[in-house]
Design a protein around this ligand. Structure first.
Ligand SMILES: *[C@@H]1O[C@H](CO)[C@@H](O)[C@H](O)[C@H]1NC(C)=O
Length: 404
């Protein structure tokens, strides 16, 4: 059953298969502000202990079968047209039964404030884009996910926290962990890499879909359908250590989901019609039209300077020419282009064709249909970070075009 160890953060966007349990990187140190559990991650994975575990702050029990659930919502469409969105992280018991609503004294309200006040505004901005409610009630959705599922984790009990932790620190850690784990599970990209992109005129067999996801991730997820349309996925894990900063061990889904074996539709999200290209979908701009000049803001903090680097300094003015489905852009330094996955603007740079994807009221920059960008670190002060396409560097974000 143990298929792969997922060291959070270290493997974002890349294949997660490793043949056996490896010694994981302490990737949680990448967070600017996070509490630490002090738990070892070298013991048994949850649901795999052979003796009774006594320290349930460092061993998740009874809910040791963890599901990272994602939505593909098309009616109405929710979230970016080229990404699945977060539903939650649920603790099932090892036999697949589960409990919910475990501690009403910790049913926190105002999750957004809690995250902001405890130094997790980067997590919050990511959630606003990728952990979105189908009816726009994000705050209620986050509160529900915490109170229904989050309060059931043994490793997130208040008594497990470092002394002096702020009220709600375990909920902040929960949201940070879910976001970090979700970034390692790019379902859209994994399907697109196998040539499977949303298309209202195609159907797939369950085997085609699960094989594509298994070859990218190393494990088989459970796929759920609404009628014959794909609309949710469950990625399964056991856990070594604490939900706060433990290692998620990817495993095969214990049973298949609700999709039938064939005739499965993968409908496009509206507000960005998808055209199939070899590199994935290239959604057109929908309602948001491309300005002729603007700045480019990162979803977490700061934005782009004249050379195409990421910084928190004053943002550069970008000039856009073309339409939202295909355009070039430049700064005072010169044309902008992507070469070897790296964005630069300067003289002698050959211009890349970019596209823009509408996400809510935002217009997101895309390369080959993907709106994911990442860097090795979050900039501060006068530092500048190289911008890479995709999610393979530790800090992932999207880039929003803002008209000036
Ligand atoms: C594993 O540890 C949990 C928590 O102490 C316990 O309930 C369970 O019985 C243990 N499993 C085995 C096989 O000892």
């Amino acid at each position: 059953m143990l298929a792969a160890t997922l060291a959070l953060g270290a493997l974002a966007g890349s294949a997660i298969a490793t043949p056996s349990l490896t010694s994981p990187v302490d990737a949680m140190n990448l967070f600017s502000k996070r509490i630490s559990s002090g738990c070892s991650t070298s013991g048994s994975a949850s649901c795999h202990n052979t003796t009774k575990q006594t320290d349930l702050c460092c061993f998740e029990s009874p809910g040791g079968l963890l599901l990272q659930t994602q939505f593909w919502d098309t009616d109405p469409s929710t979230g970016p047209s080229n990404s699945w969105t977060i539903h939650g992280l649920w603790p099932d018991n090892c036999d697949g039964t589960f409990t919910e609503n475990c501690d009403s004294s910790r049913d926190y309200t105002d999750i957004a404030d809690l995250l902001t006040n405890q130094g997790a505004s980067d997590t919050l901005s990511y959630m606003k884009e990728f952990w979105v409610d189908i009816n726009g009630q994000n705050e209620q959705f986050w509160e529900h996910e915490w109170s229904t599922h989050g309060t059931c984790y043994s490793t997130l009990k208040t008594s497990c926290l470092p002394s002096g932790s702020a009220k709600g620190a375990e909920a902040v850690a929960f949201f940070q962990t879910v976001v970090k784990l979700f970034k390692t599970l790019p379902t859209y990209e994994w399907l697109a890499d196998a040539g499977i992109t949303p298309d209202s005129s195609k159907t797939y067999t369950l085997t085609t879909l699960t094989n594509a996801l298994k070859s990218a991730s190393g494990v088989t997820p459970a796929l759920n359908c609404d009628g014959s349309s794909l609309n949710a996925i469950e990625w399964y894990f056991n856990l070594k250590g604490s939900v706060i900063d433990g290692d998620f061990v990817a495993i095969d889904a214990p049973s298949k989901g609700s999709c039938g074996s064939s005739g499965i539709k993968y409908p496009p999200k509206s507000g960005g019609t998808s055209t199939t290209t070899s590199g994935g979908s290239s959604p057109t701009g929908g309602s948001g039209s491309l300005p002729s000049k603007g700045t480019i803001h990162a979803s977490t903090t700061g934005g782009l300077l004249t050379g195409g680097t990421w910084s928190v300094q004053t943002l550069a003015t970008y000039t856009f020419s073309g339409t939202s489905s295909s355009f070039t852009m430049s700064t005072s330094k010169g044309n902008c282009g992507v070469s070897s996955g790296q964005l630069t603007c300067g003289s002698g740079v050959s211009a890349t064709k970019f596209s823009a994807v509408t996400s809510g009221s935002n217009l997101l920059l895309a390369v080959s249909g993907s709106t994911s960008f990442s860097s090795d670190a979050t900039p501060s002060g006068t530092t500048q970070e190289t911008v890479f396409t995709g999610t393979s560097h530790s800090k992932s974000y999207t880039l929003q075009i803002v008209s000036s």
